[in-house]
Design a protein. Structure first.
Length: 117
């Protein structure tokens, strides 16, 4: 079982990045998916959520209108499109998968996003 994030990097304020989270070893379509982030010295917080079928999404207030979570169950992949990036978006971004019964809770290793000029 593995979740692998990619797509992080250094971007200027106002720029965009698209993060990907590729799952292997389990069927992504049966899991609720979330993106979290953790800035240095701060707690890990939820950024975006998407239900198993992709019909419902939810976002932290700080990213509403700028970030979009999506999923392609056929590709076993979840995405986070991040637009209008701000320096305060700088963090390590983690992908999380939670099974329907809550017994399986998987995390990726994280990908660094740095927003700076």
């Amino acid at each position: 079982v593995q979740l692998v994030e990619s797509g992080g990097g250094l971007v200027q304020p106002g720029g965009s990045l698209r993060l990907s989270c590729a799952a292997s070893g389990f069927t992504l379509s049966t899991y609720r998916m979330r993106w979290y982030r953790q800035a240095p010295g701060k707690e890990r917080t939820m950024v975006a959520t998407i239900t198993r079928g992709g019909g419902t999404t939810d976002y932290a207030d700080s990213v509403k209108g700028r970030f979009t979570i999506s999923r392609d169950n056929a590709k076993n992949t979840v995405y986070l499109q991040m637009n209008s990036l701000k320096p305060e978006d700088t963090a390590v971004y983690y992908c999380n998968a939670l099974s329907i019964n809550g017994l399986n809770n998987y995390w990726g290793q994280g990908t660094q996003v740095t927003v700076a000029s």
